[in-house]
Design a protein around this ligand. Sequence first.
Ligand SMILES: Cc1cc2nc3c(=O)[nH]c(=O)nc-3n(C[C@H](O)[C@H](O)[C@H](O)COP(=O)(O)O)c2cc1C
Ligand SMILES: [Mn+2]
Length: 479
Amino acid sequence: MPEMYRDLREFIDLVDGLGALRRIDNADPMLEIGGITEVAAGMPECPAILFDNIKGYPKGFRIFTNATVSAQRAALALGLDPHLRPLEALKAWMAKRQTLKTLDPVVVKDAPYLENSVTGDDVDLARLPAPHWHPDDGGPYIGSGSLVIMGDADDGWVNASIYRVQVHGRNQVTIQFDHQGRHGAMLSKKYWERGKPCPVVVVNGEDPALFIAGFEYLPAGQSEYAFAGAIKGSPIEVHPGPFTGLPIPAYAESVLEGELLPMPEFSLLEGPFGEFTGYYAADKRPAPVMNVKAIHHRTNPILLGSPPMKPPRFHFGLPFRGAGIWQNLIACGVTDVVGVWQHVSQLMTVIALEQRYPGHAKRAGLIAAANSYMGRLVVVVDEDVDPSNLADVMWAVTTRSEPSESVDIVRGGWSSGLDPRLTPEARDQGLTQNSKMIIDACRPIGWRHKYSKTSALSIAETRVIEDKWMASLRPTANP
Ligand SMILES: Cc1cc2nc3c(=O)[nH]c(=O)nc-3n(C[C@H](O)[C@H](O)[C@H](O)COP(=O)(O)O)c2cc1C
Ligand SMILES: [Mn+2]
């Protein structure tokens, strides 16, 4: 079992130990931190960055970005061996996720997040750095990878998910729900219908297991804390917030406590904010307002920043939603799947399988198309092609598919309002659907045994060569 971190600080130490951390001083939260983060995420080694001495802020008030953007660090965050190859890491996660046992959080007395507190009139969000991430964003966002905590007005359910949080002055922020099915939207509505504001906590600088849990589609009633505890193999330690009483991760770096005011009576114009597609999806729109009643932070707090960026850069270097599709295929009885991957920030899904019967590849492609959120492209390849390697996938597309025979288009599939290719009319009517192209890039099942033999090394042969000779090929081989 690889080392497990207690909090964000320990995770950063582990990243440093892997040689994947860069430290940057004197960057400007106005566009520079966002720009550096995006450029770094596009580099082959995709380093994580710890910003300190941020322009306009005292030393020690730090921002950490690209936390889990590489496959290696996504594996590390999941408690998997960071040296696994990406597809093996995703497979290990798929297997771990299938048997995950949730672990309820435990309440502890000590809470480092309370080391420094201000309340009432002393609350001033200018204390904490909040970057302006992309040029046309509507303002600074303290919450790009922050966790938003809310409880059910009647029972003990506590929800903890990632929603973006824009700063609007000394003591107000907005929280943005993509749609009314978000648990945060449902829980706040329940308070509002009773004429009450909804107690809410924004956790900045949570540990990466909480960040991953906050992105998972968990059923209503289930706590992301319990899922994060299962990832870590030990319960999340929480301590009730002095203002809200909501359980807050004890080792959170910084915390905003307050109330979310009822819509539509109260609102502020939110956004726009660059999305993970690499585009803006909407103009400024009304969003619910949180009155911040208290700010707590550890000494020298670290903000976990995770801005959406132009693809293929994505918050998570392992395509977690691809692991979900892999599980869907297994659940449907599709056998012989050797791998599933997603490229272009989830917008393209690839399945590799060993074809056993006519229709096998199409069956897998249709299931993946049905479950590919926003994606327009599904490719099915043979077992000798590594689905996580886009060059290999395109080699298969260009040498094994015949466009006049191998392409199907399914209309009216699952997309969202973030899709830049919705027509203006469809967008106005809320018709957020797109079509999906399925490319069968497998050798044709009927004559696959007569197909030209490949001259390429197989995946296994490649591994043997790598294990024996890779050291000689590295730049450090010839001193
Ligand atoms: C970095 C990041 C930012 C996100 N921003 C938002 C957001 O602003 N609004 C939103 O509704 N969902 C956002 N999401 C997606 C939700 O966190 C995700 O769908 C989650 O499963 C929702 O949880 P819930 O079912 O408890 O509402 C974001 C996810 C990530 C990883
Ligand atoms: Mn939830």
